[in-house]
Design a protein around this ligand. Sequence first.
Ligand code: PLP
Length: 424
Amino acid sequence: MKQDLSRSMFEEAQGLFPGGVSSPVRAIKPFPFYTRSAKGSHITDVDGNELIDYCLGYGPLILGHAHPYIMEAIRSQLEKGWLYGTPSETEIQYAKKIRMYYPSMNVMRFVNTGTEATMGAIRAARGFTGRDKIVKIEGGFHGAHDAVLVKAGSGASTIGVPDSLGVPVDIAKNTLQVPYNDVLAMEEVLSAHKDEIACVIMEPVMGNMGPILPKDGYLKAVRNITREYDTLLIFDEVITGFRINMFGAQGYYGIDPDLTTLGKIAGGGLPIGVFGGRRDIMETVAPNGGVYQAGTYNGNPMSLTAGMAMVDFLERERVHHKVNEMGKAMWQSLTDVVRSMKLDYTVSGISSMFQIFFGPQPENYTDALKCDKAKFMEFWRHMLENGVFMPPSQFETNFLSYAHTKEDLERTVFAFKKSLGAIK
Ligand SMILES: Cc1ncc(COP(=O)(O)O)c(C=O)c1O
């Protein structure tokens, strides 16, 4: 695979950006490929290599790259101006549409990233309850802000320690962590810190280490326990919202969280975040209440227009029907390959998300960490050389899009088999 231009661009980038990149996951060793263009299910690098893309901008592009319907919507909005600093009608139309699919989001605020959405939701939960502590799930990712960049020690109620330099210990100590799929640990942490915990924030389906699915009854139990202890439940559906189906994981599993965060697909590929939920909680957000949240680009017409066009298209063309069928075919084919090669790896999937684990099927973060990460990266490189771009980490999810074809899938399964066979 010729990669001379990418290599030299990365050399130059190292003098310009920390680690040569604008976001850490892009720092693929020894160097990342630089993208020239992307269309449909394919991404082409500056050296002319055309790859089948399962990263899809880390999830937002459920219609594939440069989809004409979204492009047209963006183009027509451009003509009308791209930033107003005032409310717009699109805001109202889009919020009503979101609420139709996420009725738990009775009142919402548009922000610009998933990070801002979880930051706003947590602040609203703290403001509403008057409590400082929060609980998150080990290995759950909610963006890169202080309250959620925290790793717990061994026990559920261990005081959180920062996962990043620069996060004050005084902030981290308010973030407690519990393992996913562990009802008892959740019950223990909430009872040990009764009346201290503002909220539990979780990805209902763990997308940042897999996907890892909830065990039967787990989410319902979490909902019941949080109610019992008067703690708010935040579902971070930045990945799963409009991905699993139109209704997200909350619709799929039939759980009503108190607050929800959306992002990624909700912006049609342009930057967006949304947080919303119960009216009484959201009434605490400024200017109505004392929980401050503001932003120059909040509810900007470009992201709203692209997001609304995306939701319209998903609805009209019943996109999930096709991509979820494709997803099932994909993880079944990959599972067949793993079994036929008698390998003790597992393929995990839900809707149009999938991942191969180099180890047994994990149920939580501790399990996921046991997978063979070095082997995964070796496999990943072989996949790239065979024309398939997957997110470069054992702990990310692959995404399918409406633009992927049967031929893409066949080529991917072929590359998968060849790559597994090539691992030493
Ligand atoms: C579940 C989840 N929440 C929040 C975020 C942060 O979103 P953003 O990268 O738009 O800030 C991510 C990003 O991948 C995510 O996966």
